[in-house]
Design a protein around this ligand. Structure first.
Ligand code: OXD
Ligand code: MN
Length: 592
């Protein structure tokens, strides 16, 4: 299928190592999809769902020990440890190739190796990058088909000598002790072995579009970020786009598909979803920042998704969707906790065992029908709010960048940074508190700069420097804001309803970008005068509004210490500008 010598040689070399029975080049056709599905139905890798109720949908279970990204088995394999930085696991390339090579050796005997040419970003766009993934999993092929642009057209653009990321994935024997997710940014290579879970094996996603791409972005002068992209259309038809970074499980998918609240309906806003997870952004010839979503699908968390929290997601996943680790009902439909009711009276749970509501485990805890990280993979074009600019090669212009996290008692609902440099400091010190759903101590603060802690493919201190450098190159850089939808009162009650109501805050943010409203200066940044937030149709007690915007000096002084401890880990590599910002924040707080 290709005359690309380097590609042919590499496929041959990898096949010699893995020893598959067969090599199949993926062309991306509909006929091929159907053939692969039939094969997977026959082996049990996939189950066909009820085609009347869920046309084009299939079901998959991963191994029980393989249900989430494994950060402790994820490595950045640069020549030196310093290049990977203090926040990444590091392994030398030589050791990494040897260790994983021993696991890959002969691991595809009796299996087929699929060769998937894929493009992250529109095929042929200057924004885009090409990868070739070798995998022994049909599930991976079918997911990549939704999440990326694959097949013949990609090889055509690659021609005979184009650059590509070499992505090798093998399930091996799905043994946790022999699982490694390895990134070699200097070789433009990814090796993932021993896992079948999406985040570890759909190599175009976190591995290429964030870890490898962030490294390439630093070399080439652009941004690869863990951000949603959405457009907000005003009644006059003008659309402004924002990009937003929140740590995993803070509602990026919900925000990207927001439905305007009743009270603002009469204003006629319309939301356009460009992406829910990854943004590649470049400074264009007009001196401003433009973004594309390199993906073409959503790999979203099922539990908690329902017609109230995210009606657009529910509409998106009604057809042509791959469901992973949810509950399978007797009529071959799917269900998950906090999904749409009614609760099925029986089913097969995500581990493959019979399930009934109310079942308890040995410790007396409810047995979940769906794994808490169960997923849907669905094409973005099926989303009712899908942007018409998804395939445009230049993407969309970005007016504002939002950072955020869960901070029960610290950050106000929204604040604006004073300038780009201060905004980079706000992103670099971003953090989120663990919820009961996450492993670790509840309430514990996890620093997650720009939501990139698990995804930055090189030393994060250099990543901060890169942000500072690109800020200087823009004629009109986007304004940077921090939002916190999760603030609580002294009795731990949530103060803000979130979801569609967040549009009220986006409206203020865009007004600030267009110099339409003033703001109140505080030591941490600009906050809204509450009268500038349109609260039509939302009954919030005045005391809640006050608490939502309150800058608690004592809590912020404590925060300063925690920020300092975090920044210290970068040692001398930390850009001086960030230390100056920290000192300036301290001075402002002490004077206030
Ligand atoms: C994701 C994540 O799956 O950030 O998108 O973990
Ligand atoms: Mn993510």
């Amino acid at each position: 299928m290709t005359k690309h010598k380097e590609l042919q040689l590499w496929v041959k070399k990898m096949a010699n190592m893995c020893q598959p029975d067969k090599i199949v080049w993926i062309d991306g056709s509909e006929e091929e999809k159907q053939r692969l599905e039939q094969e997977a139905f026959a082996t049990g890798e996939l189950i066909e769902l009820n085609q009347e109720k869920l046309p084009g949908c299939v079901y998959h279970r991963t191994a029980i020990n393989d249900v989430a990204r494994t950060e402790h088995l994820t490595y950045i394999c640069t020549k030196t440890k310093k290049e990977a930085g203090p926040t990444n696991n590091w392994m030398s390339p030589r050791e990494a190739y040897k260790k994983a090579g021993d696991i890959f050796k002969g691991s595809m005997k009796g299996r087929t190796m699929y060769v998937i040419p894929f493009s992250m970003g529109p095929v042929g766009s200057e924004f885009s990058k090409i990868g070739i993934e070798l995998t022994d999993s049909i599930y991976v092929v079918l997911n990549m088909r939704i999440m990326t642009r694959i097949g013949r057209s990609v090889l055509e653009v690659l021609r005979t000598d184009g650059e590509f990321t070499k992505c090798l994935h093998g399930k091996a024997d799905l043994d946790e002790k022999k699982r490694l997710i390895l990134h070699f940014p200097q070789d433009n290579t990814i090796w993932s072995v021993g896992s079948g879970y999406g985040g570890n094996v759909l190599l175009g996603k976190k591995c290429l579009s964030l870890r490898i791409a962030s490294y390439l972005a630093k070399e080439e002068g652009w941004f690869a970020e863990h951000m949603l992209i959405m457009g907000i259309e005003e009644p006059n038809g003008h659309i402004e786009y924002i990009a937003a970074a929140f740590p995993s499980a803070c509602g990026k998918t919900n925000l990207a598909m927001l439905i305007p609240p009743e009270g603002l309906k009469s204003k006629g806003y319309r939301i356009w979803t460009v992406g829910d997870d990854i943004a590649w952004m470049r400074i264009d010839s007009d001196g401003s920042l433009w973004a594309i979503n390199p993906e073409t699908g959503f790999f979203g968390v099922a539990p908690g998704t329902n017609s109230k929290t995210n009606p657009n997601a529910m509409a998106t996943i009604k057809k042509n969707t791959i469901y992973t680790n949810v509950l399978l009902t007797p009529e071959k439909t799917v269900w998950w906790e906090d999904g749409d009711g009614p609760i099925p009276q029986e089913g097969i749970d995500w581990t493959g065992k019979p399930w009934k509501p109310g079942m308890l485990d040995k410790e007396g805890k409810p047995v979940l029908g769906a794994n808490s990280n169960s997923r849907f993979t669905a094409p973005i074009k099926q989303c009712p709010t899908a942007s018409f600019r998804i395939d445009q090669h230049h993407g969309v212009p970005i007016s504002a960048i939002l950072f955020g996290g869960r901070r029960a008692h610290l950050a106000p609902l929204v604040y604006e940074s004073f300038n780009w440099q201060h905004g980079v400091f706000v992103g670099a010190t971003m953090a989120s508190e663990r919820t009961a759903a996450q492993y670790g101590k509840q309430g514990e603060v996890r620093r997650d700069p720009m939501a990139m802690l698990p995804f930055c493919g090189y030393n994060m201190a250099k990543y901060f420097a890169h942000w500072l450098k690109l800020g200087k190159k823009m004629v009109k850089p986007p304004k940077i804001f921090h939002v916190n939808w999760f603030r609580r009162d002294e009795n731990e009650n949530m103060l803000w309803p979130g979801f569609g109501e967040n549009l009220r805050i986006l409206e203020w943010i865009l007004d600030r970008c267009n110099n339409k409203v003033d703001a109140v200066k505080t030591p941490i940044g600009y906050i809204p005068d509450p009268k500038d937030i349109d609260m039509t149709g939302l009954e919030l007690p005045a005391s809640s509004v006050e608490k939502l915007f309150f800058v608690n000096k004592d809590n912020w002084i404590k925060e300063l210490q925690s920020q300092k401890e975090f920044l210290k880990i970068f040692g001398k590599d930390l850009p001086q500008e960030l230390l100056s910002e920290w000192q300036a924040l301290k001075n402002r707080l002490e004077k206030s």
